[in-house]
Structures are given as structure tokens and as C-alpha cells.
Design a binder for this molecule. Sequence first.
Ligand code: SAM
Length: 352
Amino acid sequence: GKNILLIDKLNKTKELSKEEFISLFETFNDEDIEYARSLACKIRDEWYGKNIFLRGLIEISNFCKNDCLYCGIRRSNSNAERYRLSKENILECCAKGYSLGYRTFVLQGGEDLYYTDDILCDIISSIKEHYPDVAVTLSIGEKTYQQYKKYFEAGADRYLLRHETANESHYYKLHPNSMSFKNRIECLYNLKKIGYQVGTGFMVESPFQTPKTLAEDFIFIKELQPDMVGIGPYIVHHSTPFANEQSGTARTTLFLLALLRIMIPNVLLPATTSLGTIDPNGQINGFLSGANVMMPNLSPAKVRKKYLLYDNKLCSGNEAAEFKASLVKNLKEYGFRVLDSRGDVAKYPFVD
Ligand code: SAM
């Protein structure tokens, strides 16, 4: 049908017009999803083989100065039990991760002003000093060009900052106070200019998302040319203003993952925790839609339940970094192999 032709066109030309994306997002059916998924797996195999990269995720703080309407650690959620990790705590997580074979650490957190630039640079350079062969990824929100540059010079290699939505009026429906759409986009271009490997992304079926805003997301991502794109279903958190909204689905997420792989063949594409939370087989299905990255949780056990972005967030089983052996075994059953490497973005097709 018409959608299969659009998927083929995306594969051939690596782009679609806004109208074409909108029409695809309005009308896709199960057959279109399966077609895109198998094409995406073929492309992932060409660039990465059956190799899956792991990142150890360290959730350094759930204090946040922002008030995103969807997020469980938003400033106004007075029910959230707040915590932050010290430099020593973070280095202990890295030691544990390193011994388990993790070669990328992702420091993620709310926008917590406790961490001054000096504190952050000290943490980053200490990690790189102890573990020169790891990649350090930051995911701590919006900062100035100068701040990003300082962290880069201290040794940070990568930065994850989801644009959340490429449609300005949609952006303000998700972030009505204090945040700026223009600044968030500018941050992404600043990060690229400084030399970071950059990840962006958005929540699938977030409140007020439409085929039109999604088309704009794809066109924005195509233009930014990020190294990584993180997408996962929006999931309700009970003490946010969006408590009565609908969560997103694995079905749509799997389709969009496949389309991202088709549009940017060498992109790093994680099977996210939220996908695993909404569907017990979600992450495996993500890998069967072209994903090639997973970010198990390396945070200290006692804080894991506190970094609650949404209800029922997974933090055990395959999601827990210490259960790597069972994750490896589980992935192997589906033909995948876990690599203990930094897992940088591929610049050439994969050769075994
Ligand atoms: N503060 C940093 C930032 O803004 O980039 C990093 C932490 S933030 C909690 C990481 C991501 O969590 C956001 O980019 C957002 O897309 C996702 N997130 C927040 N609330 C969510 C929810 N209810 N469901 C799914 N994803 C959510």
C-alpha cells in the first residue's frame, strides 16, 4: 500500500516531506509496522551487526529546578523524596560498573544547582582519571555554552538532551513555566559545536502530541543529525498535573524506533526503560525494531526507587546493571551479543 511506498522512500532518500510523515503517522497499520521493523533490523545489522552496547546509568540527583508537567521529579512534586549522590557515591558506582564490564557511564539527573561547575568538572575528571578507557555521558539538562565547554574540557564525551518536541506550541503545553523552547534547541546545537557526541529524543504519545508534531520531530532530528536518539513511551506519574492523561504505547514506539533507524542508519538507538516498563517484552521488541543500545541502572540500590520519573519505573531484572549476566543470556536467546566497549557511533558499516 501507500505507507509501504513511503517507508521505502524514507529508506532510499533518508527523508520525507512533512505531509508524507503526517500521512504515515495518521494511517499506519500492523503490516506497515512489521515492514518497517524488519527493514530497520536489516539496516542495524549492516551498521552494528547483532551487537548491543550497554551504558551504566547513574541517576545522580532527583532535585530539579524545572517543573515539566509530565515528570515525577518536577520541582512542585512535594511527594518526591529527594536525594543526591556525592562524588564518592558516584565513583563507587563507576567502580562497580567497571568491574562488570561497563565502558560508558551516563550521569543523569534533574537540574540540581548543588552541582556547581567546579564540582561537576571534578567528578568528570576523576572518573576519566580512574578509568581512561570509558566514555562519560552527561544528561543534566540545559546549561550555557561556556558550561558545556568546561565539562567537555574536563573529559565529558557525550551529552543527552531530549528536545521533547520540535513544535513550539506543543513544547509550551508540556513546559508552561520558565523554560524556553528556543534555548533547548540552541543547547543541542551548542553541544554539537563543542564536539560532544549528542543524543536527543522525545516521549512517544506525550499529551498533545499529534501526527503533525511528530512529523516536525522527525524533520528536526534529520536536520540535527544526532549520534543518538532516545525515544520511549510517555508514562503517567500519579502526582503530576498529567495524572489523568493516557500513557503511550509500545506499538507506536516500536514503529517510530524502526523509522528512526531507517532515516539515520548509523544512529545509536536505545531500547529504553520506559519501553520495558509499559511492556514486559518491550526492550527485546525494541532490539527487534532496530535498537542497539541499553542503559541498565547502576545507581545505588537505596536511591533507585526515588528516581521515579513515572509510575512503576523498572529498576530490577534486566534493568539492573548488576544482573548483566542474565541480560547477556536473555539477549543471546534472541541472537544478540553484548559488547564490553565504549560503543561509539559507527562511522562505517560493520565488518565481523
Ligand atoms: N533533567 C535532564 C533533562 O531534562 O534532560 C535529564 C533528566 S530527565 C528526567 C530525562 C528524560 O526523562 C526527559 O528528557 C523526559 O523525556 C523523560 N521523562 C520524564 N518524565 C517522563 C514520563 N512521565 N514518561 C516518560 N519519560 C519521561
